[in-house]
Design a protein around this ligand. Sequence first.
Ligand code: TXA
Ligand code: MG
Length: 352
Amino acid sequence: MHSPDEHHNGASFERPSPEPSAPLHGAHAGPEEIAAALAYLERGLLVAFPTETVYGLGASAFNASAVARVFEAKGRPAHNPLIVHVSSEEMARTVASQWPRDASLLARAFWPGPLSIVVAKSQSLPPIVTAGGTTVALRCPSHPITLALIDAFGEPLVGPSANLSGGVSPTSAEHVRGVFDPRFVYVLDGGPSLCGIESTVIDLSGKEPVILRPGMITQDQIARVLMRDVHLQSPATDAPASAEPLRSPGLLDRHYAPRTPTFLVTPDSLPAARDSAPGAVVVIGVDGLVPGELTLPADARGYAAGLYAALRSADASSAARILIVVPPMTGPDLGLWDAIMDRLRRASAPLP
Ligand code: TXA
Ligand code: MG
């Protein structure tokens, strides 16, 4: 077997020290803020917490009325289940009714890290968490502040991305502040999210493992750990043609989208797209390759890390349209480009 670290996608997602006061990730929150966050959770209120992917909107997973507040605050449809965040594999097993060997293999290879594992849920978890479904998505995030928070709370936290339903996920505390009523939501600042796009979601509740949402942990990395092929079901790419029913209801919804009409264009079609309609345009280009009012790095990791902040800046401008130039999709992280393209397709209208 490989050592777990070999399966990580390069960035180091190390188990943090138990000292939340250590200035990791350039974080701002310390023991006092964590204590304040705990007080919110204990009263059934919400805490926006940092993770390596995006910020989550947390509540006690065992408190059904707190979980209901999460749905309400986000305007999230009740049919869309929440991810449950844990601080260890051991804690994950307390909310799963089955923990298959594949789950152990993946948890040991990639946790803490950007992988959510769907398994059969235990009775102890209120039905609202999983939208009435029999499975639960479990994730152990790699962020010292949030791991310290979950450890101190001693129980798992639900945590959808801390944005209004359908909008762009937040990758900094700034993105979360001002969105939710501070009387009900405490924001823990852990600095910018290092990965920048949501976790890979893999379903292990059926006969074969299926990736429901591509992310930082790639199909190849998972296949290597499970030592077999793993199918990727991405509604953004193959749902209409697929005969199989979708296993993840939430993934059908329009997602990750700015309010401004957004289009995905090739570098060649950019000039025509600029002129195709009146009104100001914001182009999200690629550093050194395609100029734009905003640009993102040409490497997959840098692109992913900056994507949501760029979408937010573009949305905040007074432009009538956002044009995203398709990135080059080269370099060592080919699998990560699949995840990035999935988000770009969801954020935009199709290529012309
Ligand atoms: O990176 C992440 O996963 C972030 C951070 C905060 O951890 N969370 C996140 O949560 O992206 P959310 O709720 O925005 O997206 C979770 C996705 C949804 O599309 C949901 O439908 C799917 O995971 N999901 C949750 N539970 C599921 C289940 N039991 N079966 C299938 N899909 C599930
Ligand atoms: Mg979300």
